[in-house]
Design a protein around this ligand. Sequence first.
Ligand SMILES: Cc1cc2nc3c(=O)[nH]c(=O)nc-3n(C[C@H](O)[C@H](O)[C@H](O)COP(=O)(O)OP(=O)(O)OC[C@H]3O[C@@H](n4cnc5c(N)ncnc54)[C@H](O)[C@@H]3O)c2cc1C
Length: 454
Amino acid sequence: VDPVQEWRDIVGGANVLTAPDDVAPYVTDWTGRFVGRHTTVVRPGSTAEVAEIVAACRRSGTAIVPQGGNTGMVGGGVPLHGEVVVSLRRLATVGEVDPVGHQVSAGAGATVEAVQLAAAAVGLRYAVDFGGRGTATVGGSVATNAGGINLIRYGGTREQLVGIEAVLGTGDVVRRMTGLVKDNTGYHLPSLLCGSEGTLGIVTEARFRLVPAVEHRVLAVVAFADVPAAVAAASAWRRGLRDLEAAELVLHDGVSLVAEQFGLPLPFPVAHPVYVLVEAAGSTDPTDELADAVAAVAGVRDVAVAPDEARRAALWRLREDHALAINRVGVPHKFDVTLPQHLLGEFVDRVPAVVTAELPDARTWIFGHVGDGNLHVNVTGAPPDAPALDDAVYGLVVAMGGSISAEHGIGTAKSRFLAMQRSPAELAAMRAIKTALDPDGIMNPAAILPPVRG
Ligand SMILES: Cc1cc2nc3c(=O)[nH]c(=O)nc-3n(C[C@H](O)[C@H](O)[C@H](O)COP(=O)(O)OP(=O)(O)OC[C@H]3O[C@@H](n4cnc5c(N)ncnc54)[C@H](O)[C@@H]3O)c2cc1C
């Protein structure tokens, strides 16, 4: 049987894309660094169709790469080896918000923003938020356990997940969408599938807890002379600023780049080396609380407070548009890492030299979620494949006691480095899970687990 014809029979001819122009947007990732091979894209419209596609792929031995919004940063969502792309975007329904249980269910293809808007419409809020919200999907954010800017207050995607429906690599559908908050009935499959990056199965629907919406929100940009001062301030705010929602670190060269690329005003008339965007939100106006918290920390060089929503949005763009602005400079090599908080300053000082020792003309851009120790190191001017650069940066991260992936996942970009971080026993447990749920190894085979040697 011709597999492509079989897929057409399942999802309808119009939902199987093979023409190069139609397939192109599914093949290259958001950064432009990971370019897959021309392939077929299958767009199922229901869970039953996803299950039939997985079953058909098992029969034909066809490897699958699940894909949502294709905003992933680690080359895990594109068909680098010619896998069939199963795009979940048609499963975009957002259900009714449960106003009593404070939960909502959404199809894998709904955007994170669609979930946020549905919650906001009834005075609630979906707590996960990040720059890719308008394109990133429920399925992709669950599959990568997306973190984002409010993680310090509400946790990441896993902490919101109260139910899941997925088609496993076996073809079986697992569904537990009751949303029971307390439910200790064996292994917690939502947690297992969250962060599995499409290697165990295809998420088709998820149920999330929602948090109360807050009426009052205030953002300040606080300037510091160096990263250690910014880290110390963020630590003090985590301890003492009750309504703290976000603490994001940016450096002057990144802020200038964003301002220049998008015609935005700089936060201050004079440049300072380091800025932290600190946001507080509460049911009463947190402006005074924030002002007191900023006044209480050492080393503050200047403060800009957004007086209105328009200015707040413009200031946030200085952080959130970093990835877009860097894409305009060149195809970025991205390192999404966590360091122990007290070493963030030393890491920021050391990493540019580590990069230029490998690639003298490369440029390093650093920004990140300072409240949880997560930095995004972007390198432009490097070839897409730069193993010596990877070795050098991840070597530094591991030597300093950090993690090679904070929130973007392992994907294909970092699978070679997984063994630096996880013990042989942990890797064996992961492989055993993979084999049980995906016995034929068809689910995103190049992602996460490195190929077994020998
Ligand atoms: C501007 C910008 C800002 C970002 N900021 C953040 C941030 O702050 N924090 C953060 O964590 N990430 C961030 N990201 C990265 C990315 O957006 C998230 O990881 C996002 O959750 C990926 O969702 P997606 O739908 O685009 O997934 P894709 O890119 O399509 O896929 C990502 C991975 O998930 C798998 N996958 C996708 N859908 C499914 C499914 N239904 N079932 C099983 N597996 C699936 C893919 O195979 C792949 O391995 C950002 C991205 C952009 C572009």
